[in-house]
Structures are given as C-alpha cells and as structure tokens.
Design a binder for this molecule. Structure first.
Ligand code: FEO
Length: 171
C-alpha cells in the first residue's frame, strides 16, 4: 500500500501531466490557426504522450492500492509571439516537469518506497527524451529564424512525427 503523502504527490503529478496535455492542445490550436498543420500535429502527438504519462501514474496508484483523484486543471495560455517563442515555452515547461519528477523521486527515496522509485525511473528517463526532442525542434527553429520558407519546410518534417503508446499503458 502506498503512503498518503506519496499518493497525494502522485495525484499532483497526474494533474501536471494533464495540464501538460492541455497546454500542448492549446499550442496545437495556435499552430493550426497559423496554418502550420505539421507543427500542430507535433503538438497533438505531444498531447497523446502526456495523456499516456497521466495514465501510467493513474494505473500505478491503483496497482498500489491507492486512489487517483482528479483536480481542476489550470487554463493554459492561448497565444505565443512566434513559433520559436512557443517552442522555447515547451522547453521551459519540460524542464519544470523534470524538476517535479525529481522531487517525486526524492520523496519516494526519503520514504524508502523502492517500488515507487523503481517505477519513477521510467519518468526520469522519459524526461531526458522529452527535453531532447524539444531541443531538436528548437535548434532547427533558431536556424530558420521564423522565415516563411524555413517554417514551411520544418512544418513538413514535423508532420511525420508518430506516437507509440508506452509499454504497459492501457486505457
Ligand atoms: Fe509528461 Fe512532457 O512530461
């Protein structure tokens, strides 16, 4: 059985993952409005990733005899100054999430809950990937400097992103 303190912390993380999905949905809407469907698609794949993260935490709580509780989800911003500014916001957001995962891991270790720290290692590794994939798009965006031709080329590239449900995550 998981402790109340860890259960609360995991529930807070579920809320942050759902907020992340909501934020990326808002970013998808921003790109769709700019007629950049490839960028919007990239964000929609990100929405699926975040939903999978929330579900993974939800399933784990149930497995450990805990209870997932849904709280209010904060409204994300609706617009950004440019595609580059938007992706900078993605990187900052992911860095914040990495910090939250590290805090969660610290709590699991402090409580000597080895099952939870083992489980959370997946999220630690996932954050490395998340930050790397955003960083890659950000570097390319810096190269094209919001020029129409460059954005068009990048839009086509981002349209090819695919989503794979992480192992063991089911609806
Ligand atoms: Fe679930 Fe992008 O962190």
């Amino acid at each position: 059985m998981i402790s109340d303190k860890l259960q609360e912390a995991i529930n807070r993380q579920i809320n942050r993952e759902l907020y992340s999905a909501y934020l990326y949905m808002a970013m998808a809407a921003y790109f769709d409005h700019l007629s950049l469907p490839g960028f919007a698609h990239w964000m929609k794949v990100q929405v699926q990733e975040e939903m999978a993260h929330a579900l993974k935490l939800y399933n784990y709580l149930n497995e450990r005899g805990g209870r997932a509780v849904m709280a209010e989800i904060e409204a994300p911003p609706a617009r950004w100054d440019s595609p580059l500014a938007c992706f900078q916001a993605v990187l900052e957001h992911e860095q914040k999430v990495t910090g939250l995962i590290n805090d969660l891991m610290d709590l699991a270790l402090a409580e000597r809950d080895h099952a939870t720290s083992g489980f959370l290692q997946w999220f630690v590794d996932e954050q490395v990937e998340e930050e790397a994939s955003v960083g890659e798009v950000l570097s390319k965006l810096k190269l094209v400097e919001n020029t129409a031709g460059g954005l068009f080329m990048l839009d086509r590239e981002l349209a090819a992103r695919t989503f794979t449900m992480p192992a063991g995550v089911t609806l």
